[in-house]
Design a protein around this ligand. Structure first.
Ligand SMILES: Nc1ncnc2c1ncn2[C@@H]1O[C@H](COP(=O)(O)OP(=O)(O)OP(=O)(O)O)[C@@H](O)[C@H]1O
Ligand SMILES: [Mg+2]
Length: 263
């Protein structure tokens, strides 16, 4: 039975899509899991853009209009091996979509995956609720500031009322501002454990510009290390290639030459 994990947030723009793309790619490439990422952000979908998977023929919108099956909307991400079901970028394609069929459709994917990740729309509106209703487990993404954590608190309350299993909070973009909440302060407000912190890392916008998850572009970057540790936390296992200590990195540096580190 596959795990259906919603990647959600109270506030928008905190890093849900970046997290989904990187967890999906890392779990597939380094943890050898069968992963399907589903873009459940129907109005402002970005997962396909971040994975470099546009254009494609069959979207989640087609599936939710019953004109295609979810199997027909399943595409492989070449560089990681993960699969993805993506939403349409065309505004008019939202017309006629029946969101009440989404859970049933996602359940059909369980035979093809160990892990299904749902990249949510933000907030507690109708669209954010699609993911809450469709998943069994949740990861809450926050930035280390009061508005983001306050909005997450509301979401957590609702998720608890719905009986969802909350895996924990991921604090993304740590180190961006001088006035940040510390993980302990976030745990105190949200009443949920912080399971990972992902640093602010210029490699992330660079990887988005290159349309490839940062864990594939540079698995030693600060954010990549955070995402790989988060995978370990979620899956309860280590990964290949194993984390490099400073001595093996130095050894690799002298073996491979400086230029490889500059890519
Ligand atoms: N760890 C990070 N370091 C640096 N920049 C980051 C990091 N995480 C996210 N970003 C930046 O934040 C932007 C928004 O991230 P993302 O699209 O994942 O947010 P989101 O929560 O999915 O947004 P939405 O609510 O609109 O769906 C990215 O385009 C990227 O530039
Ligand atoms: Mg997003």
């Amino acid at each position: 039975m596959s795990r259906i994990i919603g990647i959600v947030s109270g506030k928008g723009g905190v890093g849900k899509t970046v997290t989904t793309a990187n967890l999906g790619a890392a779990m597939s490439r380094y943890f050898d899991k069968r992963v399907i990422a589903v873009d459940t952000n129907l109005t402002t979908p970005h997962l396909g853009i971040q994975l470099g998977m546009y254009p494609f023929d069959v979207s989640l919108n087609d599936v939710l209009k019953s004109s295609k099956t979810i199997e027909e909307a399943l595409y492989e991400h070449n560089s990681s091996g993960m699969k993805a079901v993506l939403s349409s970028l065309i505004l008019g394609d939202i017309a006629g979509v029946r969101v009440d069929t989404i859970r049933k459709n996602i359940e059909e994917l369980t035979e093809y995956a160990d892990i299904i990740l749902l990249d949510s729309a933000p907030g507690l509106g109708k669209e954010g609720l699609i993911t809450l209703k469709s998943c069994n487990e949740l990861i809450i993404i926050v930035n280390p500031n009061i508005p983001s954590v306050t909005d997450a608190f509301k979401l957590i309350k609702l998720a608890k009322q719905m009986g969802k299993n909350i895996i924990g909070i991921v604090v993304n973009r740590v180190g961006e501002s001088k006035y940040e909440l510390k993980p302990k302060e976030i745990e105190k407000i949200a009443q949920i454990p912080v399971i990972a912190t992902i640093p602010e890392d210029k490699n992330v916008p660079k990887s988005i510009a290159k349309k490839s998850p940062v864990v594939l572009m540079n698995n030693n970057s600060p954010a990549s290390k955070g995402f790989l540790t988060l995978c370990e936390e979620i899956l309860g296992e280590g990964y290949y290639p194993p984390k490099q200590d400073i001595f093996s990195r130095l050894l690799e540096f002298f073996r491979n030459g400086f230029w490889k580190f500059r890519r």
